[in-house]
Design a protein around this ligand. Structure first.
Ligand code: CA
Length: 760
């Protein structure tokens, strides 16, 4: 009796129910900010925002227009800005900023900058605070389409707030009687002409004097209330030593909608503390959807920092009208439409894990996302591949079909599959105007020859591999929806990866139009027929047919040996057609993981492939090693570009114990969870619990597994098994169990069967 009583008393669930744990405190929004052009630790900025919010806020250490908007190593801040950046490489759009200035008024971004140190900085999702060396403190708490800011000035000196209209066209209007600023900005690449970010900034203290100014000349126009032009801003003077709050909201639709966003989202909050508390509650509820227990404090901090970052993309691009209905300004056609739209993501990165994580945690949102993809197709004539905020067509592949097929495979059916297949067929059989991944570069040759020839097309082998996977997704969606026509079309193409495997060298390779291999093969050479990688990285880009790849490599033993060699060969870099070291190369060298270049996307799924060849313990061992070695919660927390939540999602899924190797199927392939207990609360209210008793940094191997009390020998877990709720019990050990998950019926999905010689 006594023992039972104690067990109940000590149950963590009881404590969790008694008081909601504070998970927000574990998030460090500075994770990954110690980055530069030469070497990336994430290329993130300290994002102050709500989950998937339209606008985010950050302190700015870099020049206006610099993609490195906040770098941990810098020592001064020049403004607090509204931002939408995906990565330092994409830069930003529709930015404006505010900066408090004390003493004499300086409007220029270099002269107004103030020194700071990280000891005087708090960086949380719901609250950012810095006390600058000049004793001004600045605080920010977010709402979805704006923020609540507060500037506290030292006593006795001038107290100014400068609005900076940034790098493009802007328009400002000071309303001194109302203590208000309104206007709009238009900056960023590829925006339609009528694309404006209308802002409204409401202060809670009287404006004593004011003026406008111009960024380029630094010229001030004292007493002027209105101005427009390139980089136009405004300045306001408040009482000396004031503590002034600013409620800021903005809209892509209209000035009226900006006012409505301000009223709807900030109207109820009288003080920044109230906004901060509301934002804490939203984040804590969001983060507690995945409750991890039984790890070190650092592991928990890393997990929630990554989960935070994974929860910023894609961004809501819709706003809520006066009747409570969603509508949006479309970056694709420049018109306002009813419904939902999300943006700011590059599918080349995010089809891999970020969307599969969203599909698991936020199926309603994912359903809206994929429906919005087809609306974008109606509006611009193409499925997007890199939305920022309109179609940029960056990188390679036609991965919208991956999102669509993945949604359908997981029961998220918010779109017409025939329309989706038609849109994909159009994308796969034509080349669009915006960038290499808008439509299909080399599509004629791809269909005629079965591969994209090199050097006729840049990065042709990488393109072929990803097109073949995309065609599999087209085949899969057609198959699931009984569309025999498109099933026939795409099933013919999905094995095209085989055409670029050269058995002589044992790698994927460039091939010209006549069928000859690109001469002087060097697996350590980056670029050429590959995208941001080399032959060691792209060999594995056969997400849908790992059995076919095993066959090409000469059977399971040779396949496993090749996987092993990725980690044991030297981390040699030959710069190839890049002609210089790009940061991804340096990151692979620094990581000391052989050719396992985890800092970039192409190889991120590779470790999980051990599960397809009967050596799941090797995946378990390696995935734990990489999570420990390559991630932490600090400013150095990522092994390379974070990239719109993708690399964070790799960590979040991997830390839960599984990963989405082949989106478009309903399987998540198993690795080794970090925590002794992970409780996933699904959108439907059910819970899926992963219990891994005895788990530790030594006990990384799965001895045995039980799903809902029954022995479970598979090397993957199905989406429905998670969504339906239940318990996965894992017995962990410091020794691999070489008898579990070794026979073919336990292997994850592959479009072809294993060869008879490889069936166990
Ligand atoms: Ca990348």
């Amino acid at each position: 009796m006594k023992k039972i009583f104690l067990t109940i008393l000590l149950s963590p669930m009881l404590f969790a129910n008694a008081k909601q744990p504070d998970l927000v405190k574990y998030v460090n929004t500075l994770q990954g900010t110690n980055s530069s052009f030469e070497l990336t630790r994430g290329n993130t900025y300290p994002t102050t925002a709500l989950p998937f919010a339209m606008h985010t806020w950050t302190p700015q250490t870099g020049r206006n227009g610099d993609g490195w908007k906040y770098q941990y190593q810098k020592d001064s801040i020049r403004s607090f800005q509204q931002a939408h950046q995906c990565s330092s490489w994409t830069n930003d759009y529709c930015v404006f900023s505010l900066m408090p200035v004390t003493g004499s008024l300086f409007v220029d971004q270099f002269k107004r900058a103030a020194k700071f140190s990280h000891e005087n900085e708090i960086a949380k999702p719901n609250y950012y605070k810095v006390t600058l060396d000049n004793r001004i403190s600045a605080e920010i708490s977010p709402v979805e389409r704006g923020a609540h800011l507060r500037f506290s000035f030292p006593k006795g000196a001038g107290s100014y707030v400068v609005l900076d209209g940034y790098t493009g066209f802007s328009s400002v209007k000071v309303l001194p009687q109302e203590s208000k600023l309104v206007g709009y900005v238009h900056n960023g690449r590829g925006l339609t002409k009528n694309f404006k970010n209308y802002f409204v900034i409401q202060f809670d203290k009287p404006i004593r004097s004011y003026g406008t100014w111009v960024n380029k000349s630094g010229e001030k126009y004292d007493g002027e209330t209105e101005r427009e032009g390139n980089g136009v801003g405004a300045w306001l003077k408040f009482d000396n030593g004031v503590k002034v709050q600013a409620k800021v909201a903005s809209s892509y639709i209209s000035p009226e909608q900006a006012e409505l966003n301000l009223k709807n989202e900030l109207g109820q909050f009288n003080s920044l503390e109230e906004t901060r508390k509301a934002a804490w509650e939203i984040w804590n509820k969001h983060l507690s959807r995945i409750l991890v227990e039984g790890g070190t404090e650092e592991e928990i901090a890393t997990f929630y920092s990554c989960y935070f970052r994974a929860s910023l993309f894609s961004r809501k691009f819709y706003e809520v009208d006066a009747n409570g209905n969603p509508h949006y300004f479309s970056p694709y056609d420049g018109n306002v439409h009813q419904g939902y739209l999300y943006t700011d993501t590059g599918f080349w990165d995010t089809f891999r894990a970020q969307f599969p994580l969203n599909a698991l945690m936020h199926p309603t949102m994912h359903g809206r996302y994929v429906a919005g993809l087809l609306d974008a197709y109606d509006q611009c004539g193409w499925l997007p591949s890199w939305s920022f905020p309109g179609e940029g067509g960056s990188m390679i592949g036609n991965h919208a079909i991956s999102l669509l097929a993945d949604a359908w495979a997981k029961g998220i059916r918010t779109f017409d599959p025939e329309k989706a297949l038609k849109a994909y067929a159009h994308e796969a059989m034509d080349k669009g105007p915006w960038g290499p991944a808008n439509g299909r570069d080399g599509w004629r040759e791809y269909f005629a020859l079965g591969y994209v020839p090199y050097p006729k097309y840049r990065e042709a082998t990488a393109k072929t591999l990803e097109y073949a996977y995309d065609d599999f997704c087209g085949y899969k969606l057609a198959d699931m929806t009984g569309n025999s026509f498109y099933k026939g079309v795409f099933s013919r193409q999905m094995f095209n990866y085989k055409n670029l495997f050269d058995p002589q060298v044992g790698f994927m390779r460039g091939r010209d139009e006549k069928g000859s291999w690109t001469p002087k093969f060097d697996p350590y050479e980056w670029g050429g027929p590959f995208t941001e990688g080399n032959a060691w990285h792209y060999l594995w880009s056969v997400f849908h047919d790992v059995n076919g790849l095993i066959d090409l490599l000469g059977g399971k033993e040779k396949f496993v040996a090749k996987l092993d060699s990725v980690f044991t060969v030297p981390n040699t870099v030959h710069v190839g057609t890049y002609g210089r070291k790009i940061h991804e190369m340096t990151e692979m060298e620094v990581a000391q993981t052989g050719q396992y270049a985890h800092g970039n996307q192409p190889i991120q799924h590779m470790i999980y492939l051990y599960n397809y060849a009967g050596t799941p313990w090797k995946a378990q061992e390696r995935v734990r090693e990489m999570m420990t070695k390559l991630y932490n919660s600090s400013e150095n927390g990522y092994p390379g570009d974070e990239d719109q939540g993708q690399t964070s999602s790799w960590y979040v899924l991997s830390a839960m114990g599984f990963y989405s190797v082949c989106p478009g199927t309903d399987e998540y392939v198993m690795g080794s969870p970090v925590f002794r207990k992970t409780t996933i609360t699904l959108e439907n209210g059910k819970q899926f619990v992963i219990e891994a008793g005895k788990n530790s940094q030594q006990n990384v191997y799965i001895q045995s597994a039980k799903l809902n009390g029954k022995n479970y020998s598979k090397n993957y877990i199905r989406y429905q098994d998670i969504i339906n709720g239940g318990t996965l019990n894992l017995e962990m050990s410091d020794q691999p169990n070489k008898a579990r998950g070794v026979s073919s019926e336990n292997f994850p999905y592959s479009v072809t069967e294993l060869k008879a010689s490889d069936v166990y």
